[in-house]
Design a protein around this ligand. Structure first.
Ligand code: ADP
Ligand code: MG
Length: 388
């Protein structure tokens, strides 16, 4: 696990690159407790910001130029604030996409020097990309008093990822990064964009991510196929229930009538989504009551649904969930994210973590030929200025 970012080293790195002092902003990564593959079906998600961040150091320029450097990636991006193209380096594109979002809103910037740094693992499903885009948007807005609010910056971050990185991500990641709060999950309604904070103050309990360190190549094609399967099931329901707009409005009796008789696979996909929305709402009331055992049990049900009905798990994810379930002190575990790799999220008693990680790392490596990375996470605050 990457150590926490050393702020004075980061300032020093900015000074070495640009010969002056920066203002510093940061935006967190996110986890999602429950609510997987519900976002594009107009349903609910339950993310939280975590205590790991992407940092942006920035200082203004007046000559219309930009320079972007990263502590973690090679190369220097140099250009003009008015340039529309992408960078040959790849990683600056998120920042360039955010800059384009400012331009499209008619905001002219005079130029800047920027350094990006992070203590979030990249590509582990903690959404370092959204954290990065949100940190850049927030930094530009603050530095130049551009007058945008957090909702504008979320939208800009999402579009930056769509257009500049080619990833058709939902709104959840930048939303959680911007609006996260310590000790809370955010229940976000992906249809209305309404959100509520749900308390997570589990004395003695913790959240632990276990990274499989695999990303199967199936991930993006299967993602698209699942979206189509959900759309097909929805069409069949709508033939009988025209008032239905998305799987969000569907219940299991509608599936019994319109989908199950036609195709078992499509029925499984849709039924998982319908059940997952209901499960998420039930888990929110578990948390409100402080019933961690019930919340954990629902996480395990979600994993079953994702693995058997939605079929987006993989052997490594199933291995990790199976290995921890039943261990005294483990309340819940499930795969997190789109599937076919990445992390599991585990709800467990704090005092068993060291032993569990120790035992499981050895077994996982022996059985799968891959290292296991344990990432303990705490909920944390959304995007903010760090300094100055
Ligand atoms: P994740 O699950 O972490 O969001 P992505 O593949 O969506 O994985 O995004 C990771 C990409 O975001 C990196 O390949 C890089 O282009 C960009 N990125 C993340 N962190 C940094 C950083 N500290 N500096 C520069 N670019 C970064
Ligand atoms: Mg990402």
């Amino acid at each position: 696990m990457t150590p926490p970012l050393d702020l004075s080293a980061f300032k020093q790195a900015f000074f070495s690159a640009f010969d002056r002092a920066p203002r510093i902003f940061r935006s967190p990564g996110r986890i999602n407790l429950i609510g997987e593959h519900t976002d594009y079906n107009d349903g609910y998600v339950l993310p939280a910001a975590i205590d790991r961040h992407v940092y942006v150091g920035i200082a203004p320029r007046q000559d219309g130029r930009i320079r972007i450097v990263s502590v973690d990636f090679k190369g220097v991006h140099e250009g003009l604030v008015t340039d529309q193209g992408k960078s040959t380096l790849g990683w600056p594109d998120y920042a360039l996409g955010v800059l384009a979002g400012f331009r499209e809103r008619g905001i002219q910037l005079p130029g800047f020097d920027m350094l990006v740094g992070s203590d979030l693992p990249v590509g582990a499903g903690l959404s370092s990309s959204a954290a990065y885009s949100c940190a850049v948007g927030f930094a530009l807005n603050e530095l130049f008093n551009a007058g945008l609010d957090r909702s504008d910056m979320i939208r800009i971050a999402q579009l930056a990822e769509h257009r500049y990185a080619g990833v058709m991500c939902g709104i959840m990641d930048p939303f959680a990064s911007m609006y996260g709060r310590s000790g809370q999950f955010v229940r976000l309604d992906c249809r209305s964009m309404e959100y509520h904070y749900v308390p997570f103050s589990a004395e003695g309990y913790a959240l632990l991510l276990l990274n499989t360190n695999v990303k199967h190549s199936l991930a993006s094609s299967a993602y698209n196929r699942r979206r189509e399967e959900c759309a097909t099931g929805l069409d069949w329901v709508r033939a009988d229930f025209p008032e239905v707009r998305s799987l969000r409005d569907v219940d299991e009796s509608m599936l019994d009538r319109c989908v199950a008789p036609r195709d078992k696979v499509i029925d499984d996909r849709c039924r998982y989504v319908v059940q997952e929305n209901a499960r998420l709402l039930a888990l929110c009331s578990d948390l409100e009551k402080g019933d961690m055992a019930a919340a954990g049990a629902r996480m395990l049900q979600t994993h079953e649904g994702l693995s058997r009905m939605f079929e987006v798990s993989c052997p490594e994810l199933d291995y990790l969930v199976k290995a921890v379930r039943g261990i005294d002190g483990v309340l819940g575990a499930r795969m997190m994210g789109g599937g076919f790799g990445g992390c599991t999220i585990n709800l467990l008693r704090t005092d068993i973590i060291d032993q569990l990680v120790n035992d499981l790392s050895r077994a996982y490596e022996a059985d799968n030929g891959l290292p296991l990375t344990a990432i303990p996470v705490m909920t944390g605050e959304g995007t903010m200025a760090v300094d100055g």
